[in-house]
Design a protein around this ligand. Structure first.
Ligand code: ADP
Length: 159
């Protein structure tokens, strides 16, 4: 049976922190699916199609990674695609409580799935999509925080 991991998130937009997590987990699984959450509750800067496109362009060097988007429970998507592991990134302590709650909730509704928490690398732990958007809105430099394609897309979007 193929080992398939799903890395769900908003990715609005993908940052170097996300890229780092995906680079590190892709050798551990046969396939990694980056799942763009199409949340009705969250206002996003980029549409899910745009987010998917930016992720694909940023990860074209990884052959076992695919990108998809989904509206609904991550666990339902995973059952449909025979995925076994949910990957989430952990930055500061503030992420911990939220991630623990989510992991326990998912364990309750889908006991056969596991959550794998991966620590952010020290050079990326302070990067968030929200911080990047804030910076871009105020004309700050994005070099090193997000992939090149994202810098271009943000410039176009905020023009
Ligand atoms: P969500 O809105 O679901 O939290 P995000 O796109 O903000 O989605 O993040 C997706 C996942 O990536 C989360 O588990 C988050 O903690 C993690 N993540 C975000 N930024 C970083 C980073 N700089 N380093 C490592 N993990 C990160």
């Amino acid at each position: 049976m193929s080992k398939i991991a799903v890395y769900p998130g908003s990715f609005d937009p993908i940052t170097m922190g996300h890229v780092d997590i995906i680079n590190r987990i892709s050798p551990l699984y046969d396939e990694v699916i980056v799942l763009v959450a199409n949340s009705a509750q969250k206002q996003s800067l980029f549409t899910s199609e745009e987010r998917k496109d930016l992720i694909e362009k940023s990860l074209s060097h990884l052959k076992n990674v695919k990108v998809d988007f989904f509206q609904g429970l991550t666990t339902d998507y995973m059952k449909k695609h025979n995925a076994q592991v949910i990957v989430r990134g952990l930055r500061a302590v503030v992420d911990f409580e939220y991630e623990m709650t989510m992991a326990n909730m998912n364990k309750k509704i889908a006991p056969e799935l596991e959550t794998l928490l991966v620590f952010a690398s020290p050079e990326y732990y302070y990067i968030s999509s929200r911080g990047v958007k804030e910076l871009a809105l105020n004309g700050g430099p994005l070099n090193g925080l997000v992939p090149e394609v994202v810098i271009e897309a943000m410039a176009k979007k905020l023009k």
